[in-house]
Design a protein around this ligand. Structure first.
Ligand code: SR1
Ligand code: MG
Length: 386
């Protein structure tokens, strides 16, 4: 694959060189720690300190060179981290340096933190996490919208976050492929009859197509673009949002819906494993997330805009639909969630998958979804396709 001058995939030596200025002594060791779908990620240690180096490859890591992908996503991630740090300080990792030639970021190492998805699989207590995430969403979403920026500021910001290739991934993987017989889908043979029923569900397909249009056209705010439990790190005392490379000017409800859809998927996984008590906690956290989003949005809302509650109702209703699409995608599409796909025993795994597809389709097709009780009820209490 031909490369621009100055760019090369970092080897250990290159990683050590890039990290050196941010360590208190010469770097001692570098290890590749990335388990994500998209990039290379190294941890470099030296003198008791450590940093993370994340490099964008010119292709999608989980697929390989067969799926070329712009390295501009590293610039987007650097811009987004700086912006989010300003709007909600310390809720994202600190960015120390962005190297445009190498498409590499040098960042704070969240050592001792765990990916939130993994923490939930292990049934960890997470008392503040979802309230913090709700507030983060309100601050970063309203703070990059025309509600709190001038028209000129918003337009300049929108241009900076022009991110067509990563948006195309979402358009395809979230709103298109799960509703078709697409080669990118990943479906267990036992789930195929349910996946086919989803493809035949004209109302669900229609709604997914409408959501794809919203996703492509509603440039309300600079959304994180991939706000799921795999894009959050937690410690006993802290919560950080990571990986904003999918950021772009999009619908506010895409972020909130993605998080709520992932919570519903986690709930279904735990219920299938008879972890009823933890399931109830997850349900409570969905409320924490949404309530804290609303509380912070109300606090930030401009005094001269008399349509605040109408705005929140619309974001909620669209969040429910986006959550439905996300649930379908993470069940039959590429990059399913480990919460469910990682269940080792086939029977509970299949149960959770069937319920997730039915719940996702119910959210897509319900006439109205007026409250979080409705949302969680449709997402988790809908009977699977017969
Ligand atoms: C093909 S990339 C797969 C997924 O990883 C990211 O987390 C995004 O959700 C993307 O859709
Ligand atoms: Mg990611």
């Amino acid at each position: 694959m031909s490369q621009e001058p100055g760019y090369r995939a970092l080897d250990v030596e290159g990683v050590l060189r890039l990290a050196a200025p941010f360590l208190s002594q010469s770097p001692e060791a570098a290890e590749e720690i990335g388990d994500g779908n998209v990039n290379l990620v190294y941890r470099v240690r030296g003198g008791g300190r450590s940093v993370i180096i994340k490099q964008a490859l010119p292709y999608l890591r989980i697929v390989g060179e067969g799926w070329p992908l712009t390295r501009d996503r590293a610039r987007i991630e650097a811009e987004a981290l700086a912006l989010q740090w300003r709007l909600d300080p310390r809720r994202v990792p600190e960015l120390y340096r962005y190297d445009p030639a190498l498409s590499a970021l040098v960042m704070e190492d969240l050592r001792g933190y765990q990916v939130l998805r993994r923490a939930m699989i292990e049934r960890r207590e997470l008392p503040d996490t979802f309230s913090l995430l709700g507030a983060f969403s309100a601050r970063t979403l309203l703070g990059t919208s025309d509600l709190l920026l001038s028209a000129a500021e918003k337009k300049v910001l929108g241009q900076k976050f022009h991110n067509p290739e990563l948006c195309a991934i979402t358009e395809d993987l979230v709103f298109t492929s799960p509703f078709l017989d697409s080669p990118s889908n990943q479906i267990e043979p036992e789930l195929l009859p349910d996946a086919i029923r989803l493809r035949e569900d004209r109302a669900a397909r229609r709604e997914a197509a409408r959501l794809r249009f919203l996703f492509k056209t509603r440039a309300e705010a600079i959304v994180h673009g991939d706000l799921h439990t795999g894009s959050v790190m937690v410690s006993d005392t802290d919560t950080r949002v990571i990986d904003p490379e999918f950021a772009y000017p999009g619908p506010i409800a895409f972020d909130t819906g993605k998080m709520l859809g992932n919570l519903a998927l986690s709930y279904l996984a735990h219920r299938a494993l008879s972890h009823e008590e933890y399931g109830q906690k997850i349900r409570r956290w969905a409320f924490d997330f949404w309530e804290s989003f609303c509380e912070e949005a109300r606090r930030l809302w401009p005094k001269n805009e008399p349509w605040r509650e109408a705005f929140l109702s619309e974001v909620f209703s669209d969040s429910a639909r986006f959550a439905g699409a996300v649930m379908c995608r993470r069940t039959v599409g590429l990059a399913g969630v480990a919460d469910i796909r990682g269940i080792p025993e086939a029977a509970p795994r299949l149960r959770a998958q069937r319920e997730a597809l039915a719940g996702g389709a119910a959210l897509l097709t319900a006439r109205t979804v007026g409250s979080l009780d409705d949302l969680f009820g449709l997402a988790t209490e809908t009977s699977p396709y017969a």
